[in-house]
Design a protein around this ligand. Structure first.
Ligand code: TYD
Length: 210
């Protein structure tokens, strides 16, 4: 595989979208050959799966179904978009990936990391991220910055206790997988963006002199 896959993770409202925009500006300015995509979604089929998962009316969805749908959307995005981009040598940036499933479905929902790993073998094996940037901010701080949850989003409707479990889940994943790099987000968005850029250089995702 010629390209590198870098994933972004964090709790709801952790500022991923803002950071990804700032990152895109830097990559554009340098003329880096990259694509940016997101999960769940990122391809026509995966976006349809996303709509089912996040639909606030789907209150009867069981946890296993949810985990399998995220895994289905992921493998579709992987085969349709991510693998071809990596093979053509591009840098691939993905907004959420397999660690979201480990933290939300495996740990917070309680399905277990083994179950989630078993249905996501490609994303943890051959197509594991080269580096994962974890935007480290607690759900309380994140929600207060964002002024509350989106009432139409099935995942955001889950209470604070659930999001606390997700956060603790991420912290334990960061201890386990050295590819996960924690970025303290307590400063300004520009300070956080600088920390992320430093990781990109240190890891070799972009040239060190950039
Ligand atoms: P989205 O609106 O993209 O949220 P965000 O901006 O926070 O990324 O919705 C994605 C939601 O799906 C979010 O609540 C996290 C959740 N999710 C999982 O529970 N498992 C997964 O594997 C993925 C990719 C996302």
């Amino acid at each position: 595989m010629k390209g590198k896959l870098i994933t972004f993770e964090g709790c709801e409202g952790s500022g991923k979208s803002t950071q990804l925009k700032l990152l895109a500006q830097k990559l554009d300015a340098l003329g880096v050959d990259y694509i940016m995509t997101r999960e769940p979604g990122g391809s026509a089929i995966a976006e349809q799966i996303r709509a089912i998962i996040l639909d606030g009316k789907n209150t009867a969805m069981c946890d296993e179904c949810e985990a399998l749908l995220y895994a289905a959307a992921r493998v579709q995005l992987l085969k349709e978009i991510i693998i071809p981009a990596l093979e053509s040598g591009k840098l691939v940036i993905c907004d959420r990936y397999v660690d979201s499933s480990l933290a939300y479905q495996g740990i917070a929902r309680g399905l277990g990391e083994d179950f989630v790993a078993s249905i996501n073998s490609a994303a943890l094996g051959e197509y594991a991220p080269f580096m994962t940037v974890f935007l480290d901010i607690s759900p309380e701080q994140a929600f207060s910055r964002k002024h509350g949850a989106d009432r139409d989003d099935r995942m955001e409707q889950l209470g604070m206790a659930f999001h606390e479990k997700v956060y603790r889940g991420y912290l334990s994943l960061a201890e386990k997988y050295p590819r996960i790099r924690r970025v303290d987000c307590s400063g300004t968005k520009f300070e956080t963006s600088d920390k992320i850029w430093k990781l990109f250089k240190e890891s070799g995702a972009v040239a060190k002199d950039k």
